[in-house]
Design a protein around this ligand. Structure first.
Ligand code: PMP
Length: 283
């Protein structure tokens, strides 16, 4: 694969970053993952807007133009022959002698991008759904910033897998926050969808926002409010959203099957709708 590192396109085996990069030493880094369908980018402008927001919240510099970032994405997609998959982009504050204090202006931000080839449409998750378990949310208080500080969600996912599930839903004060790497929704028996409102406690998912926009146009009722673990257990359906899964039906929570334990009609329809509409807006 060809990857992009600080201005250069190089084979992955030749890519080099500094051991003093604060992304590596402090997780002082932000990232975005954009899906690729039909060799083009899904929801790209929204990902750029969120990158700028994350950078702004952390006082990190973005020294490169949006056009240049789009160009790098497209170049990697083309060079690596990605028809379906994703592009990962990571921006770090830069490299400096290891110190908790930093001087952003004295550093050059680090920028790394790479691609992954991956089937996104006809997946086992789409066919069979996901089993999730609820786990206490022990992450920091600024989960709205898309940082590379991903150890806790990674451990939570491993704990879920060890218990025979596929993923974890993180819980604070008895309420579902979000998945380890996706936003969480439940569906009522009337077909309304419920998802937690945006706050500093969850990532402002791009797929979440776009899906809610599409759902509203199809007349699906949306309730943006916190919901409890007990409500989730009793839901008719549930699903998660993310750039790498689009809409992933959830078929069981903490070992309790939702309805018949198969992907539900609302989640399945929203998934198809999301994919069809996204295909009309590729960049
Ligand atoms: N929540 C968390 C914690 C995430 O890591 C992600 C994906 N990175 C999401 C939600 C989904 O966001 P998006 O739809 O923008 O991929």
């Amino acid at each position: 694969r060809t990857v992009y590192v600080n201005g250069d396109y190089v084979p992955e085996s030749e890519a080099r970053i500094s051991v003093f990069d604060r992304g590596f030493l402090f997780a002082d880094a932000i990232y975005e993952v954009a899906a690729v369908l039909d060799g083009k980018l899904v929801d790209f402008p929204a990902h750029l807007r969120r990158l700028h927001r994350s950078a702004g919240e952390l006082g990190m510099r973005v020294d490169i133009s949006d056009d240049a970032l789009l160009d790098i994405h497209r170049t990697l997609v083309e060079r690596n022959g990605i028809e379906q998959g994703q592009v990962y982009m990571q921006l770090t504050r830069g490299a400096a002698d290891r110190d908790f204090a930093f001087d952003t202006d004295a550093m050059t931000p680090g920028l790394v991008l790479f691609t992954l080839k991956k089937e996104l449409i006809d997946t086992p998750v789409a066919r069979n759904g996901l089993k999730v378990v609820t786990i206490e949310d022990l992450r920091w208080g600024r989960c709205d910033i898309k940082t590379t500080q991903l150890l806790y969600p990674s451990l939570a996912k491993m704990q879920a897998k060890a218990s025979g599930a596929d993923d974890a839903w993180l819980v604070r004060d008895g309420h579902i926050m979000e998945g380890t790497s996706n936003n969480a929704f439940i569906v009522t028996s009337e077909g309304a969808i419920i998802t937690r409102p945006l706050s500093n406690g969850i990532l402002h998912g791009i797929t979440r926002a776009t899906l809610m926009e599409y759902a509203a146009t199809t007349g699906v009722r949306i309730e943006e409010r916190a919901f409890t673990v007990a409500e989730a257990h009793q839901a008719a359906e549930a699903f998660v959203t993310s750039a790498s899964m689009f809409v992933g039906p959830v078929v069981s929570i903490d070992g309790i099957n939702l309805s018949d334990g198969k992907p539900g009609p609302v989640a399945t329809q929203l998934r198809q709708h999301y994919i069809a509409e996204s295909r009309k807006r590729l960049l």
